[in-house]
Structure formats: structure tokens, C-alpha cells
Design a protein. Structure first.
Length: 500
């Protein structure tokens, strides 16, 4: 077929004896944006890693613009015009922005020396395109996740490819950066470039894509023109069962006992006098735009940072000094936004990761882990959250798919039965089915008397699960909206309100 730029025929791939791709046939047309969706662990990244030359296939064939294609590595794929923006950022923290952009090969002058002027100029052009507030010499390690993600995207764009793969490119982006990216994708498409776009945010997939391909358990189950899918259809294809509800029902009482309270908290000009209180059984949402101070506030609550002034009370006790260890003793839990850096031991097996917080309860007084108990508890978490892992005792966390890593972080904290639960973007990169499980667990914890602070950038998620939504802007709380008054526009307005 002439308009296919890429075909994959009967592609298979296994990891240590577990088959992950089962003879896939996949097609990408010239100048289209193709959405690739599926549950966590369905095989999306694996499939694209084969196209990008990062992984080899066990059997099968690929045809690129009519020619046999079998890349020997990522450079080979780049040379054939394929650029890949990875799900997990591939940047080096200890190098500068410019060095990261050119890490695959520095341009040289006529005399064979590294062309520093050209590197600087190209880098500047890239940064200007998205208005990124960095210079070519900025160290990447010092930058926030959203900017790092934009640099990774710029690196992909620099390759002047005719096929571009975006694997969940928006997980750390603010609304504005996301709009810039979508505009860029539309420009690329207008130039005849073909794009594969992987995301769990189905709304974005519908907005951006011409066709959508659904992957389930390593097989392609459906490809349609996007307009021929309703959202319910698409979800059914992805999860393989009827899912009429995206949020669980939250019939429950809010208690009187206050479990978490702050008075006039202040820190580094980023948290500017926050007073809040969470009662037993209450799920309180926290909405705000990038830079509103939500993550900073969460860091203070859990003692990751020390406040400059103000008070924090947990379970009615005032805490003169808050530390993560002290919080764990108070039965508090905190799921950070940056799961890959703070949440997991990547080179340890899934089981060890799950037991990380719980360990103190599972060791007896001779410091021996009760492994039968550990097994039982872990199996339960893996089942409840539907974590896709072949061998939890041996499989390293870094071999799990992105969304399944997130589930392990969640499982690890839930197993400690938190009474105060702070979650920063817990469903990022998590598929619809597992989101429902995560929401259900949050609701169950609240029903059992825990207080939950749910930080999220998705208003729908907050409206669907919370009793009350706090809105933050400029380090202050600009709104405290009760359930009866939930309204998207109103919440967004409060988030944009300049704190006085
Ligand atoms: N190096 C590896 N060793 C063992 N198993 C692996 C390895 N890499 C991937 N897998 C397994 O392959 C399956 C598919 O993973 P993949 O990363 O392709 O999923 P995905 O569709 O991209 O999911 P997500 O939406 O969570 O990113 C998963 O079950 C994963 O655990
Ligand atoms: Mg993936």
C-alpha cells in the first residue's frame, strides 16, 4: 500500500520467557497522527522501542517507505528518519542542555573540531521555539520535570525525522506547554510527517489523532478512524470489558475529628500562608496550575522540606519538626509527583519495593522478615491494583511498564494503611481501568476513617472523587469549594486568580 510509511508484520517479542508481543501487524500512514492506546503493560512502549531500534524483535518484519527495515540500534533508526520521544526521560542530569541535545553526535567544523557556535545557535533556536527559560549552558539536573520533558521533545524535533514517536509526552507538562506541543504536532503533520502518539489521556487522543490503534495484552485488537470511536467504545476495547463508571460512588460520612491541620504555613516565598484542615473520612482535592505551590506544600506536610514559619498538626499533636520518618510513624503516607526519582528502587524486585514502608511491621523482634506474611500481602496488592508483573520476587521495578511502576508506588504506601494520605498526581500515566482501582482504594480508605489530600491537575478527577476542593494560586489558597458547588469554570477561575 503506497501511503503506508511503516508496516510491521507478525512482530513478536519476549522478555525472559514471557511473551509480550504476539505477532503484531501495525501500519502507519503518511502524514497522519496515529493514537496508540492500551492498558499499562499492553506493550505500547515495547512495540515503539522496536521501531526506534532500542529493542530487537524475536521474529517478524518491518517495512519502511517500501524498504526492508531492521535497525541495528537507535542511531540506525535516527539515520532512517525516525525520532523517538521517550516515556521515561533520557536526559543526562550532569550535562548541560546543549550537551544533551547533541549527545548523539556533535556537529563539527570543516576542520573536524566540535562546532561550538553551531551547537549554541541550534540550542537557542530550540529553546526559543517553546519559550523555555533556559540557556544552552544550564545543567539539566537543576530543571523541573516539565522543562526536562520539553527538552526531550526538542531533541526529537531536531532530528528532522519523517516519523515521530511520542510516548506519553505530556505527563509533566503544564497546560500551556501542552498546547505548544499540540500546535507543534499539527505543524509537523501539515508538513507530511507521520506521528505516533501514545497517551492515557483519551481526551487528548481524540483531539489530536486521525486514527486510533488499540493494543491489548500484546495484540492489536482494533484500529479505527478516531471519529468512529465513542469514548465508551475505546475504553471497552482497551480493557476488554464493559466499564460504564469511571469514578466509584462515594457515599460516605465525613467525621468530626481533624487529622491534619496547618496554620499559616510559609516557605521560601512559594507557600505564602496556608491554613487548611482535613477531617477523618474526608477526601480533599487540591487544584492549581503549574507553579501554584501544591507540591511545595505537600513537601512541607511530609517534612521533605522544613517550613519557615507556621504550624502543622497531625492527629491533634503539634509537630515542632516534621520528618518523613516521623510522618510514617504518625501513619501518614505521601506519594510524590516524581515517582521515578523518589518512589522506587529501580534495580530491586517488585516485592521488595512493595514492602519498603511496611517492612517495620513485618519484621519480628529479631529483625527477620516474615516472608510468608510479606508474600500474602504483596499478592493482594498485585491483584487489587492489577499490577502486571511476571515474577514479583525476581522482576526488577525498572522492567515494569511505566504505569505499572506507578501502581507499585501506590501499593507500597497503601499497604501501610495510611491514616493521613497525601497524593500528588497519583494517576499520571495510569490506564483507565487501574485509575478506577486507585480511586476505589482512596474512597475505601476514607470510608475507614482516613483523611486524604489529593493533588491533581485534572479537574474531572477531583470532581469525580472529592468531598471538597481547595484551589491554590501563588502559594495561597484562593478557594475552598464544597461538593454542592463543584463547577469546572469556577475552579479554573479560582486557580487563575492572583493571590493578593
Ligand atoms: N526488560 C524487561 N524485562 C521483563 N519484562 C519487560 C521488560 N520490558 C518490558 N517488559 C514487560 O513487557 C510488558 C509490556 O511493557 P510496555 O512497557 O511495552 O507496556 P506499555 O503498554 O508501554 O505500558 P504503560 O502504559 O504502562 O507505559 C510489561 O508487562 C512489562 O513488564
Ligand atoms: Mg509505556
Amino acid at each position: 500500500m503506497p501511503d503506508n510509511v511503516l508496516r510491521m508484520i507478525d512482530v513478536t517479542r519476549s522478555f525472559t520467557g514471557v511473551q509480550v508481543l504476539h505477532g503484531l501487524n501495525f501500519e502507519l500512514r503518511k502524514g497522519e497522527v496515529l493514537g496508540l492506546v492500551g492498558e499499562n503493560g499492553a506493550g505500547k512502549s515495547t512495540l515503539m522501542n522496536i521501531v526506534g531500534g532500542v529493542l530487537s524483535m524475536d521474529s517478524g518484519q518491518m517495512v519502511l517507505s517500501g524498504n526492508r527495515y531492521a535497525p541495528r540500534g537507535p542511531r540506525d533508526a535516527t539515520a532512517r528518519g525516525i525520532a523517538f520521544v521517550h516515556q521515561e526521560l533520557n536526559l543526562f542530569s550532569n550535562l548541560t542542555v546543549a550537551e544533551n541535545l547533541f549527545v548523539d553526535g556533535f556537529p563539527t567544523t570543516r576542520f573536524g573540531a566540535i562546532d561550538r557556535k553551531r551547537i549554541q545557535r541550534c540550542t537557542r533556536e530550540c529553546m526559543d521555539r517553546f519559550g523555555l527559560p533556559v540557556t544552552p549552558d544550564t545543567m539539566v539536573g537543576s530543571l523541573p520535570a516539565g522543562i526536562r520533558q520539553m527538552i526531550e521533545i526538542s531533541k526529537g524535533l531536531m532530528k528532522n525525522a519523517h516519523i515521530m514517536i511520542f510516548d506519553e509526552p505530556t505527563t509533566s507538562l503544564s497546560k500551556r506547554e501542552k498546547e505548544d506541543l499540540f500546535r507543534t504536532i499539527a505543524d509537523l503533520k501539515a508538513k507530511g510527517i507521520s506521528i505516533i502518539y501514545i497517551s492515557h489521556i483519551l481526551e487528548d487522543v481524540f483531539d489530536l489523532c486521525d486514527r486510533i490503534t488499540v493494543l491489548r495484552d500484546g495484540r492489536i485488537v482494533e484500529t479505527r478512524v478516531a471519529a468512529d470511536f465513542t469514548e465508551t467504545d475505546l475504553i471497552r476495547c482497551m480493557v476488554g470489558r464493559e466499564m460504564t463508571q469511571v469514578f466509584p460512588s462515594i457515599e460516605k460520612d465525613v467525621g468530626q475529628t481533624v487529622l491534619l491541620e496547618t496554620k499559616d504555613l510559609r516557605w521560601a516565598g512559594k507557600v505564602n500562608g496556608v491554613s487548611l484542615s482535613l477531617a477523618a473520612g474526608e477526601i480533599v482535592g487540591m487544584y492549581g496550575l503549574m507553579g501554584a505551590g501544591r507540591t511545595e506544600l505537600a513537601n512541607l506536610l511530609f517534612g521533605v522540606e522544613q517550613r519557615d514559619s507556621g504550624q502543622i498538626f497531625m492527629n491533634g499533636n503539634t509537630l515542632p519538626r516534621v520528618s518523613p520518618r516521623g510522618c510514617i510513624r504518625q501513619k501518614a503516607a505521601y506519594i510524590t509527583e516524581d515517582r521515578l526519582h523518589e518512589g522506587l528502587l529501580m534495580t530491586k524486585p517488585v516485592d521488595d519495593n512493595l514492602t519498603l514502608v511496611k517492612m517495620s511491621d513485618l519484621t519480628n523482634r529479631f529483625e527477620v522478615v516474615n516472608s510468608r506474611e510479606q508474600d500474602k500481602v504483596n499478592r493482594q496488592a498485585i491483584d487489587d491494583l492489577r499490577i502486571k508483573v511476571a515474577d514479583p520476587a525476581r522482576q526488577m521495578a525498572n522492567s515494569l511498564s511505566g504505569g505499572n511502576q506507578q501502581k507499585v508506588v501506590f501499593g507500597k504506601w497503601v499497604m501501610n494503611d495510611p491514616k493521613i494520605f497525601i497524593l500528588d498526581e497519583p494517576t499520571r500515566g495510569v490506564d483507565v481501568g487501574a485509575r478506577f482501582e486507585i480511586y476505589s482504594i482512596i474512597v475505601d480508605l476514607a470510608k475507614a476513617g482516613s483523611a486524604v489530600l489529593l493533588i491533581s491537575s485534572e479537574i474531572e478527577e477531583l470532581i469525580g472523587t472529592c468531598d471538597r476542593i481547595l484551589v491554590m494560586s501563588g502559594g495561597r489558597i484562593t478557594g475552598d469549594v464544597p461538593k454542592a458547588e463543584f463547577d469546572q469554570e469556577r475552579i479554573l477561575e479560582l486557580a487563575l486568580q492572583r493571590a493578593q
